[in-house]
Design a protein around this ligand. Structure first.
Ligand SMILES: Cc1cc2nc3c(=O)[nH]c(=O)nc-3n(C[C@H](O)[C@H](O)[C@H](O)COP(=O)(O)OP(=O)(O)OC[C@H]3O[C@@H](n4cnc5c(N)ncnc54)[C@H](O)[C@@H]3O)c2cc1C
Length: 423
């Protein structure tokens, strides 16, 4: 698990114009207008560039270098169109929200953050062009996942719910990753702080092009990035419209939830309740669990976190044994969600099955009624691997506006109460 200092440096952001997590996804742009009429317009949906995948069975650390001319042309065209579209949206958001990239001194050293909030000078990282960013440090956190520390030449502001694009230059493939935010910075200044260093938590996929590329990089190397890009309008003013936010995160999907959790818990105007079901394959992949447990203690009236894992490995040397594990074991199901998530807005025709008690040592903070749910305005956010998102809420579908299906659909949630992050 992470030590607390691992997340004390950054602010972060999500993604852009031409890619996605593993599989194709579509961005629910209409949802933005439902969130708040005063919310910034959404950026273009993140989509994934699909170039030459490695053949099945290919396991080398680097992706094959087999890009074609047509791939390159497609990539350049998609990048230009996407960047132009996003740049417009970003400027609009920046102007409306007052979030500005720091002008910074360009020191390029240390991990200090600039508190410049007044300059529109566009920082060490921009959406307009690829910028080589120095990889400073790699910290393994589980078998397949590491935390990567990057150093910018000038500070940049990473809004809540934003991402950056990372490019493997040789094969012209890029993917979105979510910079890690820190509670301290959210508490201190909301999202107005520029910072010249940040971290990405990246899981390496056996056949994954960009994740293998980043995992094969070494400190001192520069990696091209672009961003930040808004994924969901989770700024403090946006968050104020919710009384309760439910979250279902899978694996590295927690990176998108963390800044929203921090921002909601430290909101200056209201006490927003947050409930999180965090699912992972094994306990070691419940990233930031220590911080989440600590947050639960500090904000016991606002935050409730429940964990589930696919399995507790019995060998070779699991860090958590079955006897020690206090969470659920198994895929996300209704029993885990009932009493934890906000109540569905729409009443079911037939009553849902009764929920079981939460596992030992997991808190039910009693969010309002006897089910632990509130009746205030609420939303449920889902971020994780596509298979998990589909299982929990059905696929996002075109424009992300597909009706809610899966477990949440069976529980009576409607699409205006559910947001599926692109993956
Ligand atoms: C907004 C956003 C934020 C994100 N934030 C993060 C984050 O913080 N951390 C993080 O780790 N990820 C994050 N992602 C996911 C990330 O963008 C990538 O999708 C992910 O790293 C996989 O990319 P890849 O190029 O390595 O894999 P891809 O090449 O896209 O492959 C994806 C999957 O398909 C499999 N595959 C590839 N080729 C084949 C083949 N020929 N046969 C069979 N299987 C194959 C791979 O093994 C892998 O499982 C985010 C995504 C989005 C949209």
């Amino acid at each position: 698990m992470f030590s607390s200092k691992l997340i004390t440096k950054c602010n972060f952001s999500p993604v852009t114009t031409t890619f996605t997590r593993p599989r194709q996804s579509t961005f629910p742009s209409r949802f933005y207008s439902q969130l708040s009429s005063s919310s910034p317009s959404p950026p273009s949906p993140p989509q994934k560039t699909t170039f030459n995948r490695p053949p099945p069975g290919h396991t080398s650390a680097r992706a094959p270098r087999s890009s074609t001319t047509s791939n390159l042309i497609t990539f350049l065209a998609a990048s230009s169109i996407g960047a132009a579209a996003y740049f417009y949206q970003w400027n609009k958001y920046r102007d409306e929200s007052g979030v500005l990239s720091g002008s910074g001194s360009g020191s390029g050293s240390g991990s200090s953050k600039s508190k410049s909030k007044s300059s529109s000078d566009n920082s060490g990282l921009t959406i307009e062009k690829w910028t080589p960013v120095l990889l400073k440090k790699i910290t393994p956190v589980s078998e397949h996942t590491s935390l990567f520390d990057f150093q910018l030449q000038k500070p940049c502001v990473f809004p809540v719910s934003s991402a950056v694009y990372v490019k493997d230059d040789e094969i012209q493939a890029m993917r979105a990753y979510t910079p890690i935010h820190s509670l301290e910075e959210e508490k201190e200044e909301g999202q107005g702080i520029g910072q010249d260093s940040f971290q990405l938590l990246i899981k390496r996929y056996g056949e994954g092009q960009v994740s293998r590329f980043v995992h094969s990089a070494r400190p001192g190397q520069k990696i091209e990035m672009r961003g930040p890009i808004l994924i969901w309008p989770g700024s403090r003013s946006d968050l104020a419209q919710w009384d309760e936010i439910g979250m279902i995160a899978g694996g590295t999907g927690i990176t998108a939830m963390l800044p929203i959790i921090y921002s909601a818990l430290t909101h200056p105007d209201k006490k927003i309740k947050v409930s999180l079901l965090f699912a992972a394959q094994v306990p070691e992949e419940l990233y930031f669990k220590d911080q989440l447990d600590q947050l639960q203690k500090t904000y016991s009236n606002q935050l409730s976190v429940v964990y589930t894992v696919d399995k507790i490995p019995s060998s070779p040397t699991p860090t958590t044994t079955a006897e020690e594990w206090k969470g659920y074991v198994g895929y996300v199901n209704q029993d885990m969600l009932k009493g934890l998530m906000p109540t569905p807005n729409k009443t079911l025709d037939a009553p849902a099955p009764a929920s079981s008690s939460p596992p030992e040592n997991q808190t039910d903070i009693g969010n309002g009624n006897s089910n632990g749910n509130t009746t205030g305005k609420s939303i449920v956010l889902i971020c994780g691997p596509e298979s998990m998102v589909k299982h929990v809420a059905g696929s996002r579908g075109i424009n992300g506006q597909e009706p809610v299906r899966g477990i949440l659909g069976a529980m009576g949630y409607q699409k205006d109460q559910v947001f599926r992050f692109p993956n």
